[in-house]
Design a protein around this ligand. Structure first.
Ligand SMILES: [Fe+2]
Ligand SMILES: [Fe+2]
Length: 247
């Protein structure tokens, strides 16, 4: 029995692919087939696979149905968290999604799931991604302050959701946590953030995140051990479509 994670499948069986530049290239060619095969080799039916957002390009649930069906057909128990591209998933209507897909999929939002003696907690998270203003040498000399102000509000809301997830698990007696985000826990300006602080406050052993695609983005945030926790990037293209074993 093992716990695995991956993010950013960006499936598009029914929807029109409007991928930004970094989602093109060899690694994305037939990526869904590569991932299906890799899961078949590594994930068993008694394993748990956490998919940390950007599941589908679909604009609504009907466009996403074949993508969610693909995830249903993967081995193991599947837990999904929200990404910024998951238009089918209104956070306030998570209960309806769970009703539709239980027991095949679990949509985690304002709640937690159990893996052995661990509580799996999480939310989408948010990081400010600019625009940044650069000088001729490519050094950051400023950024869009309006956008940054907006980002602060989104971060605040996501922190409330994350705390709720932790608190529900804590109230039920859990003391060991794995924390899942879609966005990296820090933006490129930060060494630590309110998300890393919350991971430390509750003593999360691992912080798992995705969203960063393409070589140039893989090191936007923390990887490895940092202030007593392990940080892991699990975007699919970074993992070359092999789910990462967490436990
Ligand atoms: Fe993504
Ligand atoms: Fe994303």
């Amino acid at each position: 029995m093992s716990l695995y994670a991956i993010g950013d499948l960006h499936l598009h069986y029914r929807s029109v692919l409007k991928a930004p530049g970094q989602l093109h290239g060899r690694v994305w060619k037939n990526h869904e087939e590569k991932f299906r095969k890799n899961c078949g080799k590594t994930v068993s039916d008694d394993d748990t696979l956490v998919l940390v957002g950007d599941h589908s390009w679909g604009k609504n649930l009907s466009e996403c149905e074949p993508d969610l069906q693909y995830i249903c057909d993967l081995p193991g128990r599947k837990i999904l968290t929200r990404g910024n591209h998951d238009m089918f998933w209104d956070a306030k209507k998570t209960a309806q999604l769970n009703e539709l897909y239980q027991p095949r999929l679990t949509f985690l939002q304002d709640s937690y799931e159990v893996y052995n003696d661990y509580a799996l907690v999480g939310t989408k998270g948010f990081t400010f991604e600019g625009p940044f203003y650069l000088d001729r040498r490519g050094r950051i000399v400023g950024w869009d302050e309006k956008e940054e102000e907006h980002a602060r509000k989104l971060v605040k809301r996501e922190l409330e959701r994350l705390r709720k997830s932790f608190e529900l698990a804590k109230a039920d007696g859990y003391r060991k946590y794995i924390m899942f985000l879609h966005y990296p826990p820090t933006n490129i300006l930060e060494e630590r953030s309110a998300f890393t602080d919350m991971a430390e406050e509750y003593g999360a052993e691992q912080v798992i995140y995705a969203h960063s695609h393409g070589e140039s983005r893989f090191h936007d945030s923390i990887q490895g051990e940092y202030r007593g926790r392990i940080y892991r990037l699990v975007s699919g293209d970074y993992l070359k479509w092999k789910p990462l074993q967490l436990l």
